[in-house]
Design a protein. Structure first.
Length: 288
């Protein structure tokens, strides 16, 4: 178990790690890819760069910097985050990772396109955590919205509990091998059905499917998905953060693009520094 578990190794995650490492803490960083940096052709509007750098190059420099100071870095996609009151346990596709404090720095969920009325039905048939809510749908018909490894993880959590599981890809081709017991429907979706409680979905061809529950697992698990799984409070669609970027779960922080606002490297680095320093303070106080 590390002192500090950081999910994501982009600008915010690396920035937080540098402060933690220099304070003598053991840091474990788990990340999937460079995220938005990978799409940045050239970065010029960042302090200290004598020459423009591609996003990929800047990502590599930051990763090496953290490794040089002693960070342990693992390439994996985190799908679940659990807090047992003492430590955080992150479950990835390749393994399990633990830390006394956790900073979520997974970037923004730019690929997510919520369907009409999805927000108002959250907690009323729409869920973002299979391991949290599968129990409430025992013997019922549910669907998972997604098409990749994250959706597969949620399906696997549901198949042995609920009555039936349908994968709704919303027009996308599945990129993971789903169990035979999971029905796959690739038709594009139009909207959710139900007044005060989800009752089903309607497709673009105007056909409908009745459902008791819908589990959203688009793309990879975002920081907001993980925050929900760990029990953090939300205000509307935003996770509640204090001035040190700590959520309502003690020791759980969020920094960078995943917090919304201005999606810039400079902002992500700044938020990572603030969250890193706040996490150091939290660990010192709880260790005393």
């Amino acid at each position: 178990m590390a002192d500090m578990l950081i999910i994501g190794y982009g600008p915010a995650g690396v920035s937080a790690s540098l402060y933690a490492l220099r304070s003598g803490l053991d840091v474990l960083m788990v990340g999937k890819d460079p995220g938005a940096l990978e799409k940045a052709h050239m970065i010029e509007n960042y302090y200290g760069l004598e020459k423009p750098l591609s996003g990929t190059d800047l990502f590599a420099v930051g990763k090496r910097q953290a490794e040089t100071l002693g960070a342990k870095i693992v390439d994996d996609e985190v799908t679940d985050l659990f807090f047992d009151g003492k430590e955080f346990v992150a479950t990835g596709l390749q393994g399990e990772y633990r830390g006394r404090a956790c900073i979520m720095a997974t970037g923004s969920a730019r690929k997510k396109q919520p369907l009409p009325r999805m927000a108002e039905l959250e907690g009323h048939g729409v869920s973002y955590c299979a391991i949290c809510d599968a129990f409430f749908y025992r013997g019922k018909d549910v669907a998972v919205l997604g098409s990749g490894e994250y959706a597969l993880h949620e399906c696997n959590e549901l198949v042995n509990v609920v009555g039936s599981v349908t994968l709704l890809t919303n027009g996308a081709e599945p990129t993971a091998a789903f169990p035979e017991s999971v029905k796959i429907d690739k038709r594009p979706l139009k909207a959710l059905l139900g007044e005060g409680q989800l009752t089903g979905v309607v497709f673009m061809d105007e056909s409908e499917v009745k459902l008791d529950g819908l589990f959203v697992a688009l793309g990879s698990a975002s920081a907001m998905d993980l925050a929900r799984k760990a029990g953090a409070a939300f205000d509307g669609g935003n996770v509640v953060l204090d001035k040190g970027f700590m959520t309502t779960v003690p020791g759980l922080f969020a920094a960078g693009d995943c917090t919304g606002g201005t999606l810039q490297v400079a902002v992500a680095v700044g938020e990572g520094a603030i969250a890193g320093l706040a996490a150091i303070k939290y660990l010192r106080e709880t260790r005393a």
